[in-house]
Every structure is written in structure tokens, then in C-alpha cells.
Design a protein around this ligand. Structure first.
Ligand SMILES: [Zn+2]
Ligand SMILES: [Zn+2]
Length: 279
């Protein structure tokens, strides 16, 4: 198992280095790294590209013309069945307030788009990025997310029009302090920085996350419970139209909780964009 490289690929806040690295020193450093530890595909581990052509072509892209605009689910059309039954299902559990249509959280996210389906090779790519510390994947994931947003805006303006064009700034769902300490970086911050560079939208580091529980270790109910009110807004967002980024949407509870906090702090509009949707 490969741990983090000792030489960072890009210095903090240096978005250009993520894409470029085309200075002589940058190229020499990259060449040296390639000899020491050749780049392997995050999807299939074949040496060569960060994500090989074969794996790129296997990624299941979500068609924005048929996605659920509330949760990003593929083939959801206007409302997916999951969003349709959410209130019914929640009324049986304790966390009914989190999903009931009457709750402010339910409407906190204006529109939601996910770029891909969380299916092979996407889970491996995300694991390699987050847990194996292959930080160069951040720029690539940002590019896939940006392409998805741009495409959706162009082909179905009646559904996703203005997703990029009308946004004032990009925000992201941050990791917990514990996850930051474990991984040494905030994986969404890195993606958001690249995304900001690609889109020309300013990045607002608006949210802080409390609690140390790893989301994946909790069940669906636990996740909904835990992520409610778990975010604190730490930058001015009053009156802003925000595009909120996260890597994976599972129940949508995380995006809703983050968007609810941003709304409470005065954000005028919150659209959500994820790399992948669990389905
Ligand atoms: Zn591959
Ligand atoms: Zn839905």
C-alpha cells in the first residue's frame, strides 16, 4: 500500500501547479518521482496514467436530462422514487424531521447534480485519492465534475441552467478535524481549489465540520442524525449564490445539512454538485 508521497505535488493554494507543473524544476521533480514510484491507474493499477483510457471509458456518466434534480440520482427524471418516498420512509424513523418535505433541510439544496454513478471504477478512484493519498487525482476529479456541470448547463438549461454561470462562488463540504489529521489533507478543499481554477468562480472556505465520526462507519440513520447541524459557517456568505461541492452523495443528508447551514447564514441559493451518486 502506497502512502503519501514525501514531495507534495502542489503547494497549498497553488492551483496552477496542480495543472501545470511545467516549470523545469517541476518536470525534473515529476520525472524523478516517476522513476521512484511509477504512476499507476487509480482504477486498475496498470502503470501509465492516473486514470487510464479503459477506466475512463468505464465510468458511468449520469445523463443530466434524466437525473433527479433534487438528489442527483440517475434516471430520476423530475423526481426520483427515492425523493418521492423519502417523507413516507422517514415518518417511520426518529429522523423524520430530516427528510420530511416540511423541514427546512428538505429544500436547502435548490438543485443537485452528480457527475457519475458510484460504481466500478469510481469507488477505487475515490479510495486511491482520499485514503492512499494520490493527491494528483484531485485535479482530475475536479475536471470531471466541471465537465459534468458545463455539459448539464448546455444540454438541459431548463433543468441545470446557470449552475456555473449564475453562481457567485464555490464552496465545499469539509472533512472533520479527525479525518484531516488522519489523511493530512482535506480532499474536497483540493478538488474545490482546482474547480475554482477551471470555472473562474472564487472559492469560499465557508464551512467547518464538527465531530469525529467517520461517515462511512455509521448506518443510514446514524448518518442522517450525525450530519444534522454538524456544520458551522465560518465565512460571510450573505446574499451569495453558491455551488456546493462534495465527492459522494449517499443519502443526500450531508449536502442538505451543509446547505441548511449556508442558508441559515444568509446564502441566497445553494446548488449541489457531486462527483458520484450511490445508487
Ligand atoms: Zn485503469
Ligand atoms: Zn431524487
Amino acid at each position: 500500500m502506497k502512502r503519501e508521497r514525501s514531495i507534495p505535488i502542489a503547494s497549498e493554494g497553488d492551483a496552477a501547479a496542480v495543472f501545470g507543473g511545467d516549470s523545469l524544476m517541476g518536470r525534473l521533480r515529476d520525472a524523478a518521482l516517476e522513476v521512484l514510484s511509477p504512476t499507476r491507474c487509480a482504477g486498475c493499477e496498470r502503470p501509465g496514467a492516473l486514470i487510464c483510457e479503459a477506466c475512463l471509458s468505464r465510468i458511468e456518466v449520469i445523463d443530466p436530462a434524466h437525473a433527479c434534480t433534487r438528489c442527483g440520482a440517475p434516471f430520476g427524471d423530475m423526481l426520483c422514487t427515492e425523493c418521492g418516498v423519502a417523507s413516507e420512509e422517514a415518518s417511520e424513523g426518529e429522523s423524520a424531521a430530516a427528510a420530511a418535505p416540511e423541514a427546512p433541510e428538505a429544500r436547502a439544496v435548490d438543485r443537485c447534480l452528480a457527475a457519475t454513478v458510484f460504481a466500478d471504477p469510481v469507488p477505487r478512484i475515490i479510495r486511491t485519492y482520499k485514503d492512499a493519498g494520490e493527491r494528483r487525482l484531485g485535479a482530475l476529479i475536479a475536471e470531471l465534475m466541471f465537465d459534468a456541470a458545463e455539459h448539464a448547463e448546455q444540454v438541459v438549461p431548463e433543468r441545470y441552467g446557470g449552475l456555473l454561470r449564475d453562481a457567485d462562488a464555490v464552496a465545499f463540504v469539509p472533512v472533520t478535524a479527525a479525518a484531516f489529521a488522519r489523511r493530512g489533507f482535506d480532499h474536497m478543499e483540493l478538488i474545490a481549489r482546482s474547480f475554482s481554477g477551471l470555472s473562474g468562480l472564487p472559492l469560499v472556505d465557508a464551512l467547518a465540520k464538527h465531530g469525529s465520526a467517520d461517515q462511512r462507519a455509521l448506518g443510514r440513520a446514524g448518518r442522517m442524525e450525525r450530519s444534522r447541524d454538524a456544520y458551522e459557517v465560518v465565512a460571510p456568505v450573505g446574499g451569495l449564490r453558491l455551488l456546493l461541492l462534495d465527492d459522494v452523495i449517499t443519502t443526500g443528508a450531508t449536502m442538505r445539512a451543509a446547505a441548511t447551514a449556508l442558508r441559515a447564514a444568509g446564502a441566497a441559493h445553494v446548488d449541489a454538485l457531486a462527483f458520484a451518486r450511490v445508487w
